[in-house]
Design a binder for this molecule. Structure first.
Ligand SMILES: [Zn+2]
Length: 82
């Protein structure tokens, strides 16, 4: 179920962490990583939060960009009437 290939932060190899109780163990270097703070690089909750924040930033920048563009076009239209 939880067996996803993950880059081991200790030895750098892509391994399947072996679940052992509340923690996982790297089969390559034998390093153990504790339950709550998951050892994975891609699939830990912190990365998901950062991805969500990045998406919010991108959406906000897009909205601001569209707003500026609309104002710019509006100004050009107003100026061109004179
Ligand atoms: Zn390792």
């Amino acid at each position: 179920m939880n067996a996803k290939p993950t880059v081991c932060p200790n030895c750098g190899a892509v391994v399947l962490f072996v679940p052992a109780g509340s923690w996982s163990r790297c089969p390559e270097c034998g390093g153990a990583y504790g339950g709550d703070s998951a050892p994975s690089g891609d699939s830990n909750p912190m990365m998901s939060v950062i991805k969500v924040i990045c998406w919010v930033m991108i959406v906000m920048m897009a909205i601001v960009g569209v707003g500026v563009a609309v104002m710019f076009v509006g100004c050009l239209a107003a100026i061109s009437k004179f």
